[in-house]
Design a protein around this ligand. Structure first.
Ligand SMILES: Nc1nc2c(ncn2[C@@H]2O[C@H](COP(=O)(O)OP(=O)(O)OP(=O)(O)O)[C@@H](O)[C@H]2O)c(=O)[nH]1
Length: 241
């Protein structure tokens, strides 16, 4: 009977097997961390400048009722489920002294942003509204996590409110100017920061479509003197998230 020849794994073979297993384990661990981080982002930020209607939209969405609102000084938070998952709607104050602080607090867990606009006063308020939107769009955490963004053109019950496409055009025009001003202001020599500040292709007029975030526009009114409300656009967007 022929002797069995022992199969030996040389030192190099062991090292290769060990490296392969190590890489697989690390990949699985990193994948699990990525999935966990992604699923922990359940926040939907209702944001925008003062008086755009965030708290009333929050109340209509969560409690289905009209309330008398006041300038918010703290956030309102509530659970909201779409067909796929549980979300947390966070209505943050629009006051300029507060909004950045609350945005900083919640941006890490943000899965979607509803940027509420008073479509009746947008022409007068465009600088403030566009600057806050700009700060959101160039934020490194937002650029990394790429939450979906809904520009919600609220207060459509007013006769002379701007419609969705007009609001979009107003923002694009203002952001076009703002990105150049901001980029020039940047003292940092960090090329990456400068590139982010430029928002899209600096050679062309600013266009939301060139941003890495998925951006939608919808119209709404959270109040009407005839007693009706229309926040269907927000509901549909939330359902699609
Ligand atoms: N006509 C009309 N009024 C609205 C609408 N949405 C909100 N309002 C009114 O606008 C005012 C401001 O609404 P809020 O919901 O408090 O606005 P906000 O964005 O939460 O304001 P801050 O807390 O200051 O950030 C209130 O008087 C609301 O009743 C709307 O669609 N149409």
């Amino acid at each position: 009977m022929a002797d069995k020849v022992p199969v030996e794994l040389g030192g190099t073979d062991f090292t290769q097997v060990f490296i392969a297993i190590f890489i697989i384990v690390i990949t699985l661990v990193l994948f699990a961390i990525y999935k966990k981080r992604k699923s922990s982002r359940q926040g939907i930020l209702l944001t925008g400048i003062c008086d755009s209607g965030k708290t009333l939209i929050f109340s209509q969405l969560i409690h289905n009722k009209h309330i008398q609102t006041h300038t918010s000084i703290k956030e309102n938070v509530a659970n909201f489920s779409n067909e796929k998952e549980n979300l947390r709607i966070i209505d943050i104050p629009g006051h300029e002294r507060l909004r950045d602080k609350f945005f900083e607090q919640y941006k890490d867990i943000t899965k979607g942003i509803i940027y509420v606009v008073d479509s009746n006063t947008i022409t007068q308020d465009v600088r403030d509204a566009a600057e806050f939107l700009y700060n959101i769009l160039v934020d490194p955490i937002i650029l990394k996590n790429k939450p979906n963004l809904l520009i919600l053109c609220n207060k459509q019950d007013y006769t002379f409110s701007k419609g969705g496409s007009a609001v979009k055009a107003i923002f694009e025009k203002e952001l076009n100017t703002l990105r150049v001003t901001k980029s020039n202001q940047l003292e940092s020599v960090d090329a990456k920061a400068k590139k982010a500040a430029l928002l899209g292709n600096p050679e062309e007029d600013f266009d939301f479509a060139t941003l890495p975030l998925k951006i939608d526009i919808a119209e709404s009114y959270a109040y009407h003197k005839n007693g009706t409300v229309d926040i269907e656009g927000v509901k549909k967007w939330l359902a699609r998230l």
